[in-house]
Design a protein around this ligand. Structure first.
Ligand SMILES: CC(C)(COP(=O)(O)OP(=O)(O)OC[C@H]1O[C@@H](n2cnc3c(N)ncnc32)[C@H](O)[C@@H]1OP(=O)(O)O)[C@@H](O)C(=O)NCCC(=O)NCCS
Length: 153
């Protein structure tokens, strides 16, 4: 497995993987996915095995209330590669790319039990619930993990 940053040629495979990973109400449109991946504040980690996309994570480096934070836009692992530690490695790489950030933040659907277990295992703590974040009746938990800004590089 190799890890690298995003190149525009990755986009179609990322979009296709996102369609496998999420049901329609949680998916990004093609244009918003491209915008999220190619934003100046984006840090994208691509995992590939023999040239084939196995997973990726997009984080955005943002300022929230005067603090630099790394916001996890999406984390996708192909079904054949799950439960092998790939998402944990992607999140580790994303932390390393989150230069100067004091925390990592994310939204996760309250019904996405697999992802909730995953994030809690990684040390994320639930902060609060945002009602209808994904649409009517689809609430999100906000999770947060403190980072050491001095250690990110
Ligand atoms: C959630 C997701 C990213 C996890 O990816 P993964 O590569 O399988 O995760 P890892 O192998 O790194 O898991 C590390 C640990 O997290 C926990 N975990 C991960 N997936 C889990 C699951 N389905 N059920 C229970 N615990 C899980 C386990 O403790 C696991 O360690 P273990 O396998 O030694 O028990 C993957 O299932 C996925 O892409 N799902 C669809 C997209 C999604 O929901 N993304 C997150 C949205 S915010």
């Amino acid at each position: 497995m190799s890890f690298r940053s995003y190149a525009p040629g990755d986009f179609e495979a990322m979009f296709a993987l996102d369609e496998v990973c999420f049901t329609p109400e949680f998916r990004f449109s093609r244009s918003s996915m491209r915008r999220f991946a190619e934003a100046r504040r984006a840090r994208v980690v691509i995992a590939e095995a023999e040239g084939v996309l196995a997973g990726f994570v997009i984080v955005h480096l943002e300022k929230m209330g005067g603090t630099n934070v790394s916001y996890v836009v999406t984390l996708d692992v192909a079904p054949d590669w799950r439960r092998l530690g790939l998402a944990a490695r992607l999140m580790h790489e994303a932390e390393l790319a989150s230069t100067g950030c004091a925390a990592m933040l994310l939204h996760v659907f309250t019904g996405n039990e697999d992802a909730i277990r995953f994030y809690e295992r990684l040390g994320f703590e639930r902060s609060h619930t945002e009602e209808a974040f994904y649409g009517e009746g689809l609430d999100a938990f906000v999770y947060r993990k403190r980072l050491d800004p001095a250690q990110a590089s």
